[in-house]
Each structure stands twice: as C-alpha cells, then as structure tokens.
Design a protein. Sequence first.
Length: 151
Amino acid sequence: MGVHLTPYLSFAGTAREAMGHYQRVLGGELELMTFGEFGESAPEVADLIMHGSLRTPSGMLLMGADTPPGMEFRPGNTVTVLLHGDDDATLRGYWDGLSEGGSVDVPLEPQMWGDVWGQCTDRFGTTWQVDIGSEGSDTQAAGTADPTGQG
C-alpha cells in the first residue's frame, strides 16, 4: 500500500449535513457513525457524528466528524483540500457544487503556470482548491498547485 493524503475535517455540529453535501457533489459511498452508536447517551452529543468517511467513485477519501464537547473547534483555516487532475468537466462540477452557498476566494481561471486554478470556502467554512491541468503537467504530477502557501 502506498501513501495517501486523506483530509479529515472537523465541524461544529454540522458534520452530517456537510458530509452529505460533499457526497452529493463528489458522489460515492458515505458512512456515518454517531457518538450514540458508541455509547454516548447525553442527548446533546448522541446524534453528533463521531466519524464519517466518504469514498468516491474516482478513489478519493474524505473523512470528517463533529468536534465533541470540551474540544476546541477551529473552522476552516486548519485544512485546505486540493482537488486536481485533467478532467475539466468533472473538476468544474466539483467547483460549482463546493462554491455554492460559500465564497470564492480566487476565481477558477487560467493561472500563470498554465493550469486553471481557483480557491473557494464552502458554506461550512472549509477551504477548497481546484486545479485543472493538462495531462502530464508538472503541477498534476507533483500535486503542487498551492500558490497561496495554505495547503
């Protein structure tokens, strides 16, 4: 087995909604487990998501959970998720879905290094970068599409 990058996102009680949204945008199989399923009976915690995983048809894995009481929640600025490849239509569809209801930090448009790149913050506070490169481009091979230094 190789090395894989798997983003794990934290939410303040919106993990179920956020992970469902990501499933609608990215496709795939979503598994959610609540704190209650693992013995937590306090009503304010029992229905929160302890662990969620989304496996997409293209092989991506995204994980997320609600931050349990007593732990600090730091929205959005701790994780940036990079989606990159050469499938223009698919990546633009992801961009449209992820930026819907959120904010566009950098528009999805041609960049000086030759790829089409943009950055948005979705309605849940997570920052996403989308990089559309040509097949075999240096950015695609290296996975280094982060000119902002955030990811």
